[in-house]
Design a protein around this ligand. Sequence first.
Ligand code: PMP
Length: 364
Amino acid sequence: MKAKEILKGMSPYKPGKQIEEVKKEYGLDKIVKLASNENPFGFSPQVKKQLPKLIEQLEKYPDGYAAALRKKVAAFLKVNEEQLIFGNGSDEVVQIICRTFLEPGANTIMAAPTFPQYKHNALIEGAEVREVPLVDGRHDLKTMLDQVDENTRVLWLCTPNNPTGVHLSAEEIKKVLNDCPPSVLVVLDEAYYEYMEAEDALDSVAALSQFDNLMVLRTFSKAYGLAGLRIGYGVGSSEIISTLEPAREPFNTSTIAQAAAILALDDQQFISETVKENAVNKRKLMEFLDQEGLGYFPSEANFVLVHLPVSGDEMFEHLLSKGYIVRSGEALGLPNSIRLTIGSQEDMAEVQSEIKERLIGISK
Ligand code: PMP
């Protein structure tokens, strides 16, 4: 059997450690996962309440067009229904974009490190991947633009960037859009959009009417807390969306995910509470890091990339043995760091004291 040559050098996505796995390995009762930027407060109680009603007619295929959710999101964003595409997570929208626009001979430009699925899917399509190293956790936009040529099809901007949490300002994004040829699709991945507090952030949906080559990605996995149901979306011009639609699987989002997303969108109170609590706990973490003399990137998301005087792997192992799953920077392309998802107040206080304990161990 002969698979695509490129797959030989590729490995499957390595998720953060799973809770049950760690419990068994370390004989622990309580495990706190701060590794995948999930919502520590769960998801809207409205979704939980209605869930039994959502488990009906599972023998039927879902509405592949997600008409009810489409209507809801279109009204929420004040865009036309034809401007939306839904995916089995925004992961799938990334895949659909790559399937649609990338092929051998084409190239795509992204920061490094950034969300790994842009590169992963681009390689599978046989495209050339042009990675531009971050500078101080930020996209190097000038160098990214310098990389654009007549074969560039997609330029990825992740704001706030995973794994650094650094956001791009409206001015920076608009400059990219003004300087980029209109033949290049600019994808703005806003998976952590709800968490952004920066006053200089772009109103990306409003910018869609100004730039025909802009596409915005959002998800119900992060602040909305529905990562387990897998639902996200892309919003762009109706021309971009109709170009993408044939590359989408016919029944890619489930009936339950669509219904839950509608309920979740209606519960904006849950989102504002989540965002408020995240901001408080993130600020406390930064105060702790300042006190301990640990550097970090300024984050507009629900995670912080913390610089360490030891390897990320070492800190990861230490925290794991205490029941905290975090992401080692080594695995993310940023050595001597960890990426810490902002958890509940109690869990953050505990993980902070475990970090401190490990650092005291070093200075001794
Ligand atoms: N984009 C970014 C920047 C992310 O961090 C993630 C999740 N880690 C995704 C997209 C994909 O999220 P989902 O598929 O759950 O919507």
